[in-house]
Design a protein around this ligand. Sequence first.
Ligand code: GLC
Length: 413
Amino acid sequence: MQPHKQDWFNESKLCMFVHYGLYAQIARGEWTQFNERKPCEEVAELAKTFDPKHFDAEDLVRRAKEAGFKYVTLTSRHHEGFCLFDSKYSDFTSMKYVGRDLLREYVDACHKYDMKVGVYYSLLDWRFKGYFDHKKHPESKQKMVDQVFNQVRELLTNYGKIDYLWFDGGWYDDVLPGSRPDYGQLVSDFWNSKELCKMIYELQPHILINDRTGEPGDITTPEQKTGTCSDGRYVEACMTLGDRWGWGYIQNNNFKDFTTVLQTIIIQLSFGGNFNLNVGPMEDGSIRDCEQKILAQLGQWLRRNGEAVYGTTGMPKGIESIIGEFTSKGNNVYWHVFRWPHKGEAILRGLRKKVKRVTLLETGEEYPFEQQAYGRLIVKDLPLLAPDPTCTVIKIECTDEDTPEDPDTYGVF
Ligand code: GLC
């Protein structure tokens, strides 16, 4: 197969999403301004108290790398309009208020630690009346669209190589995601996204763009759910660690536990896609302990089981197991076991290749197995207790040879 500009992305599998902005000070999530109808002037005041004294891009990127992520995506500007970068087209920036271009610090750190660079950018900006009613305020709408073109050009010319542009906030007025079949077309027309994408690919031809400009872009990015895209496009699912309504810092400890996080990631990988796990730094830019703990646990698990994650494709067609999920790579199938089987015997069905060897990925230890009709594979003499109760990976090495056709009765039942 010809190399493709998206290869690195499909192989990377895991991204760390970072939502950081003025809203971290409110500690109720980045939508507080809108949902509580906070006047823009009140939000603008937050720029004066913005103090990212512990926003340490190198530390952030290093932590992401240690946790096993291969790329990071940082909010360069969210819906409130505050830029974490220096812009000629806005005074509402971290540069103007604290003299720091946080995006530059971040991009430089990614380059230094050999992490691919994702940049999130919100098309909409709640400071513009034209977002709320573009017919009544056409000039404001035009200014907002111009801001997008100007700032995206800045992002792609002032920071060196950017690998991934993650747009958001394309909706406007009552044109909301999922509200109508022509949503994509309307959004694309509103933001002049055809031209926008053309400009982006001209500035950085290798770049990948997500699907939220109204144009298809390269990658589909559903939020808070796992799954494949029905039209076969590549999917990167994104998810919060806390509740589903907040990507920025929220002041509570209602977090998913590590088991839930890991199993959700694996389910997404079994569909063949990527996973983008969000953290929301606190107002001073530091990552709180409970987020750090999950990142560290993920890193530990991936150091032992990364082979079953990076560069994998989804589960082989037809395979099924009640105790776990699958990924695959070449002739290897990885069985991610969430419920360790009873009496040391693990059974799956629907494996269509002859098996050569079965091992525990963590230890390399080999186990006896038997293959039967219906693509049944029975692995025997496994440890009685789960080597890793969160998820133990059984590696199944197959040959190119197919298993025999199924008998035409379902005699096993
Ligand atoms: C949404 C939200 C937003 C979040 C994003 C992540 O569309 O508006 O706050 O940044 O999704 O997927």
